[in-house]
Design a protein around this ligand. Structure first.
Ligand SMILES: Cc1ncc(COP(=O)(O)O)c(C=O)c1O
Ligand SMILES: [Zn+2]
Length: 420
């Protein structure tokens, strides 16, 4: 039984309608398909009070997600902390700063568990037994873990040079992990052929319209956790360019349903300079991005040279009055350390990108220092330890006695002036 809240799929370019099937592009113009909802019915079913009584997971907004029945994958995903980040605010010279922290999202420590929970629940409704993805790492972890827990077979294709912990953190779940000698875009093309030939459900390919909707919950939670308000500025990392658009869509939906007051939010996209197709398009006032053939950055999770939603992400930044900016690997590392030392949050390289870009945009005067800013932290630093390991001081090693400790602490302090 299809849900009364979901109408079907619709092409984002020409508006042609399609049934709720595993299809991600319009047969007329190859435009991406998006889920279309019946907001009148949702509006009658949902209220703030109703949502607030539900368990603290992403499914408290289930009327706004494209499933026919109850979710069967990822029942506990979401409702991660929105942290008031006063110490980072002071370091950046701003007044009102929050971090939405999906570094601690369950079960695989990135926001990808949100998209996978929807995609795999939908895959089961559509009858798929084998699922898969093309991934820059976090999606690999999440599809493998959630497929294992759901008893689905999974094929995960990744660029062969991914971080070791992202590979181990996929293999552990018994997925079939295939490293491909090539870039993410080449992996993605191959997966499109595999999905078509074998009839499998690839979460970010033929299941993409459903998958993408999961990211909206990141936005619903920000608004609810702010006390049912839309923030003025959101800085979001971009790879395929999907998450940033879905956060904004989430705010718009809440406003349309009367759950928050409609107020503008400027969206800022963050990338690494070594793979910056979307921010490059924004900064150079181009509608279409130029694909980056060989990404080269430590932010491997964001290294998509030809982003599927690049056009829409760039348009969104322009239309909301936000901006796009990118940062070097050195700036990413510095920002990861700054976030750790001010807020006690260990984010992955993508988090370093977000914090460093926020700092840059503040310095450029593009984000005002006295308004409300939310930074999107989307992945965990334990997965990309090599990126910062060399930049951190090694621990001092002492003999196991108090004298050695005293010498270290007091001796060093006493000697300090002499050392300068
Ligand atoms: C940690 C992290 N943050 C952000 C993103 C960007 O998401 P999107 O592809 O929706 O732009 C990714 C994508 O892989 C990611 O792994
Ligand atoms: Zn179309």
């Amino acid at each position: 039984m299809p849900s009364e809240f979901v109408r079907g799929l619709q092409c984002r370019l020409c508006g042609k309608e399609y049934p709720l099937e595993a299809l991600n592009f319009c047969t007329e113009d190859f435009g991406p398909l998006e889920v279309e909802y019946n907001y009148d019915a949702i509006g009658k079913a949902l209220s703030r009070a109703k949502i607030e009584t539900r368990p603290p997971t992403m499914w408290r907004y289930h009327e706004l997600l494209p499933l026919d029945g109850e979710p069967t994958v990822g029942a506990q995903v979401g409702f991660t902390p929105l942290v008031r980040a006063n110490r980072l605010a002071e370091a950046l010279g701003v007044e009102k700063l929050w971090i939405k922290n999906d570094a601690v999202n369950f079960p695989t420590l990135s926001f990808k568990d949100r998209v996978v929970a929807v995609a795999l629940s939908k895959a089961r409704e559509l009858g798929f037994k084998t699922v898969g993805c093309a991934s820059t790492g976090n999606l690999a972890n999440s599809v493998a873990a959630n497929a294992a827990a759901a008893g689905l077979e999974s094929y995960i294709l990744i660029p062969a040079d991914l971080e070791r912990s992202k590979i181990v953190g996929t293999n552990i779940y018994g997925a079939k992990v295939i490293g491909v000698n090539g870039t993410y875009d080449q992996v993605n093309r191959l997966c499109t052929q595999i999905a078509f030939k074998y009839g499998w459900g690839f979460v970010n390919i033929n299941l993409r319209p459903f998958y993408a909707e999961g990211s909206k919950t990141f936005g619903y939670e920000i608004a609810e956790q702010l006390g049912w308000r839309i923030p003025q500025h959101v800085v979001c990392p971009m790879a395929g360019g999907s998450l940033i658009g879905k956060i904004h869509k989430a705010f718009g939906e809440l406003a349309k349903l009367g759950l928050v007051k409609d107020s503008p939010c400027k969206m800022y996209g963050a990338q690494a300079t070594g793979c910056n197709p979307i921010t490059d398009a924004v900064k150079n006032n181009r509608e279409q991005h130029k694909p980056i053939r060989k990404p080269n950055t430590i932010a491997k999770s964001l290294a998509i040279g030809d982003p599927a939603d690049g056009f829409f992400a760039a348009k969104l930044m322009r239309e909301t009055g936000g901006w796009g900016e990118d940062v070097s690997d050195a700036e990413i590392i510095e920002a990861m350390i700054l976030l750790g030392r001010t807020e006690g949050i260990f984010a992955e390289t993508a988090g370093g990108v977000t914090v460093a870009v926020a700092r840059k945009l503040l310095e450029q005067g593009r984000i005002p220092r006295d308004e409300e800013i939310v930074l999107c932290i989307t992945g965990n630093g334990l997965k990309t330890q090599d990126a910062v390991a060399e930049a951190l001081e090694r621990p001092v090693v002492i003999e196991p006695n108090l004298a050695a400790f005293e010498l270290l602490v007091e001796g060093a302090a006493a000697r300090e002036p002499a050392l300068v």
